[in-house]
Ligand binder design. Structure first.
Ligand code: PMP
Length: 466
């Protein structure tokens, strides 16, 4: 150290002494994580300077794109696989295969963790997603099937195709909630299932406990009787349908991790949480946690009561073509074709990838009563916000993050109008993935033009005016 002109201070001496005689790195010290799983979560919360300065509000983005496989889906994939292993449904290095239907992020996270944990991975993906996602999946060694985007009730929809492939793998069949067909007859929602309509579910989210949820189990097709537990199955190659839309592990990943991180990082000083919904796991998991901690237990809350001052307001960011906006605002999901012409999410090429749906998923239902409001965001607004963030903050993000940021600005300006600007409203949103996954579509002006969006502009002055 003296040769290099460095002080040999106490700390360095201690580290040298500690390292002596040891041949392994001390993982438990927290300085070294064990494998890629250790890099998941605990993402930073960043102030988006341009939007905060322009609005006079604090607009904060949870940098989920920094997860190792590039999105919050790393948390979900890890929770799904850990839960399945804990239930004895999956055993590493047995040739078992994870199946999933995904627009990309969940597939990339599952394929990454499948490599790290010792599984095969098979992904069914719509053929209109940005091609770099498919390239990445190939590099990760996933088996890939591209299918035309279709409505969820169509057996060839990517989620149904993935379920069918999992069922066909080996001689296993699905039981439990995964075995049920989606509950809609049309690409629409049965409002009688709305938890806000049932008095039991109008209590705080405290009624959502792990015990209330039926977690998937699998049985052997042939001779398994009802009493036989999955643990009694011999270990062997299994097909496992991850089912991010209906599998409650998704909700719990965010309820237990993302939500608490946001609460800690803001010291509880946040006024609103804003996020889009693809499966709804991020929105409803964070919403349920943030409502729980921000509401005093004796007051409680319900869907129809306006969020009070100390309660975190939860806002859905909904892209053009999604039916969820009306569900949150008016309690009824309607088919967007009635009002928005031909464009229909998951049926024709969509501009925004990953968020916007026309049905209630199990994961969204689990926190539905915690969502107070919704902001609709057009493809044009999202495109301009995407370009604004690159040019003003050096933030190169995907389409769903752009939608979230537009909705976060709209929410912040509404809060400011309602409550004044002292103290400035604090709004947290999710920065889902990097723009590098969207180079050939959302960030390609020509490709956007073909989808009907004039995407050259980074002018967001109309959005900043509220
Ligand atoms: N952004 C991207 C890029 C996604 O892929 C997804 C998931 N489909 C989301 C946002 C939405 O997350 P969630 O599924 O938790 O609603």
């Amino acid at each position: 150290l003296r040769r290099y002109g460095l002080d040999d201070d106490d700390e360095e001496e201690r580290l040298r002494r500690d390292a002596r005689g040891r041949d392994t790195i001390e993982i438990r010290s927290g300085q070294v994580v064990r494998g890629i799983e250790g890099l998941i979560g605990n993402t930073p919360l960043m102030r988006i300077n341009s939007l905060s300065d322009a609005t006079g509000c604090e607009i904060l983005g949870k940098a989920e794109f920094l997860n190792p496989a590039g999105s919050p889906k790393d948390r979900v994939a890890l929770q799904i696989l850990n839960d399945a292993e804990e239930e004895g449904l999956l055993h590493p290095h047995t040739g078992s295969c994870i199946f999933e239907g995904t627009v990309g992020s969940t597939g990339i996270s599952l394929a990454t963790l499948a490599r790290a944990k010792g599984y095969r991975c098979s992904i069914v993906i719509p053929d209109d997603v940005a091609r770099e996602k498919v390239e990445l999946l190939k590099k990760l060694g996933a088996e890939i099937d591209s299918v035309r985007p279709r409505g969820i009730v169509d057996p060839r929809h990517f989620v149904n195709e993935a379920r069918a492939r999992a069922e066909a793998f080996g001689d296993l069949e699905l039981v439990g909630p995964h075995a049920e067909p989606y509950h809609m007859e049309r690409d629409d929602v049965d409002v009688s299932r709305d938890p806000a309509r049932s008095s039991k579910d109008q209590n705080s989210h405290g009624n959502v406990t792990r015990d209330d949820l039926v977690v998937s189990t699998r049985t052997r097709k042939s001779s398994m009787d009802d009493e036989q537990s999955p643990d009694s199955l011999e270990k062997g190659a299994r097909g496992f349908f991850a089912d991010q839309f209906e599998n409650p592990s998704n909700f719990w990943a965010h309820y237990r991790n993302t939500g608490p991180e946001i609460w800690r990082q803001t010291g509880g000083l946040l006024d609103a949480f804003v996020a889009g919904a693809g499966t709804g796991g991020t929105l409803s998991g964070c919403a349920a946690y943030l409502k729980r901690v921000s509401c005093s237990s004796d007051r409680g809350w319900s869907l129809n009561r306006p969020a009070s001052l100390d309660e975190v307001r939860v806002v859905l960011a909904d892209p053009q073509g999604s039916g969820l906006y009306n569900k949150i605002k008016y309690g009824v999901m309607y088919s967007p074709t009635e009002a928005e012409g031909k464009r229909r999410r998951h049926q024709v090429d969509s501009v925004v990838e990953g968020i916007g749906i026309n049905r209630l998923t199990k994961n969204l239902e689990m926190g539905l009563q915690c969502i107070d409001d919704a902001e609709r965001v057009t493809d044009d607004e999202a495109a301009r916000m995407g370009r604004w963030l690159v040019l003003n903050d050096g933030l190169f993000l995907g389409s769903s993050s752009a939608v979230n940021c537009v909705a976060a600005v709209k929410t912040a300006l509404k809060l400011k109008k309602e409550r004044g600007d002292e103290p400035p409203p604090v709004v947290v949103t999710i920065l889902c993935d990097s723009g590098s996954r969207h180079l050939s579509k959302f960030h390609d002006d020509e490709a956007m033009k073909r989808l009907g969006v004039n995407a050259g502009s980074s002018d967001i002055s109309d959005i900043l005016q509220g």
